[in-house]
Design a protein around this ligand. Structure first.
Ligand code: C2E
Ligand code: CA
Ligand code: CA
Ligand code: CA
Length: 280
């Protein structure tokens, strides 16, 4: 092989080599953490402001509860898990945890609660994906209507034919699908007509300045209009202020997720939130 005498290591500058080592270590750590069950889910309420701020569901958000470092944000490990393929076993674990928890809440009487689980592109391209989801639903005895899958616009556009096929199969099982971070990926809207999509999630990026920037306000109006004309539900994400909320209410966006109502909660707190906001 060309250049083998130089030794692979010499080709890395100090910085790159360190980076590679760090990645390698993190990959190892993630493998161990899956075994040690250090991944936990937090649940962020999604609220219908048209119906007295009633809770309609949660988004399940993963956290890494690491013994030495404490809680680690998904922004730090999800990208590496995706790169290394570890997102597949990790995602399976996450789906199982979310379904198990949701089933408990349904059995407590919160029959209509819907929990949304994030799926990465890698998971979505697995041939076994549909069977895996079906198996988890069967094992946890959860009604598919209590589960929602979130995929980003980017994932939806990758390998479009395969993705549509998978989405159809999931949709036929009774699982609803959300397009996450809507507006940040590709601009082609035609796919929305072909895909069995139920919900769009407007990214925080667009919500941030709806109340103080006219261009951002126009963009949000446009997204709200798209959802309306395609007859899709729309969730505005990252809503933090009363001004943002008032704007979205006026413009006809009714489903809200954000710190204004609640941060992601642990299971006990999520139950408390439901107790107060399920039937209002
Ligand atoms: P995302 O799917 O767009 O999730 C929404 C993120 O926005 C969450 O960050 C949530 O805590 C945050 N957020 C919600 N409302 C507000 C708000 O009002 N203000 C602010 N500043 N932030 C808000 P989080 O939990 O750190 O997750 C970050 C990303 O990591 C997620 O973005 C998602 O892409 C990924 N992720 C999280 N959990 C999972 C998972 O279980 N599987 C996969 N594949 N990805 C996940
Ligand atoms: Ca999401
Ligand atoms: Ca999002
Ligand atoms: Ca986002």
């Amino acid at each position: 092989k060309k250049g083998i005498n130089h030794g692979g290591i010499q080709f890395f500058s100090g910085g790159i080599r360190e980076k590679a080592m760090k990645l390698y270590k993190l990959e190892f750590e993630i493998r161990r953490a899956i075994q040690a069950q250090e991944f936990v889910l937090m649940y962020q309420p999604i609220v219908d402001i048209q119906a007295g701020n009633k809770i309609v569901g949660f988004e399940a958000l993963v956290r890494w509860n690491q013994s030495e470092r404490g809680i680690i944000s998904p922004a730090e490990f999800i990208p590496i898990a995706e790169e290394t393929g570890l997102i597949v076993p990790m995602g399976a674990l996450i789906l199982r945890m979310a379904c198990k928890q949701t089933k408990q809440w349904v059995d407590m009487g919160y029959k209509d609660i819907q929990v949304a689980v994030n799926f990465s592109a890698k998971q979505f391209s697995m041939d076994s994906m549909v069977d895996d989801v079906r198996r988890v639903l069967t094992e946890t005895n959860l009604n598919p209507r209590n589960l929602k899958l979130e995929i980003t616009e980017y994932t939806a556009m990758c390998e479009a034919d395969k993705t549509i096929e998978i989405m159809r199969a999931l949709s036929n099982m009774g699982i609803q699908i959300s397009i996450d971070d809507f507006g940040t990926g590709y601009s082609s809207l035609s796919y929305l007509k072909r895909y069995p999509v139920h919900t769009l999630k407007m990214d925080k990026y667009f919500v941030d300045h709806v109340a103080d920037n006219e261009e951002d306000a126009s963009f949000a109006r446009m997204v709200i209009g798209i959802a309306k004309s395609l007859n899709l539900d729309l969730i505005a994400e990252g809503v933090e202020t009363k001004e943002q909320l008032d704007f979205l209410y006026r413009e006809g966006c009714h489903l809200i997720q954000g710190f204004y109502f609640s941060r992601p909660l642990n299971t006990d707190m999520a139950l408390e939130y439901m107790k107060e906001h399920y039937n209002v």
